[in-house]
Design a protein around this ligand. Structure first.
Ligand SMILES: [Zn+2]
Length: 106
């Protein structure tokens, strides 16, 4: 995967710490497999490191019109978000894997 292509995904995003934009050099591909891409993004301004895993990625799936859209920088995760996630996970039943598409199961 070319970084210039990946960059399109991050055009609308910025560092949650210092609001600096990400450029091509901020992106490091840590792992690339069929349908899986693990990226590290390091803010060129403050050095904050972000990890990102993309599922279902292929050369063709990244286009100008499906850039990740965060027009405003999202707020950092707060206590309520953690509680929501906890409650969600808590309510999952034993067969929670049914929510995972078959193509991602081994
Ligand atoms: Zn930053």
């Amino acid at each position: 995967m070319k970084k210039s292509k990946l960059k399109k995904l991050f055009e609308n995003m910025c560092c949650s710490v210092c609001k600096h934009d990400f450029d091509e050099s901020a992106i490091t591909i840590k792992r690339e497999e069929e349908g899986l891409l693990v990226l590290q993004i390091v803010c060129p301004e403050c050095g904050k490191s972000f990890g990102l895993a993309l599922l279902g990625t292929g050369e063709d799936s990244i286009k100008e019109d499906n850039a990740l859209e965060f027009q405003e920088c999202p707020l950092p995760i707060n206590y309520d978000d953690v509680l929501d996630a906890h409650n969600f996970i808590d309510k999952l039943e034993k067969d929670w894997t049914k929510y995972i598409p078959d193509e991602y199961k081994n």
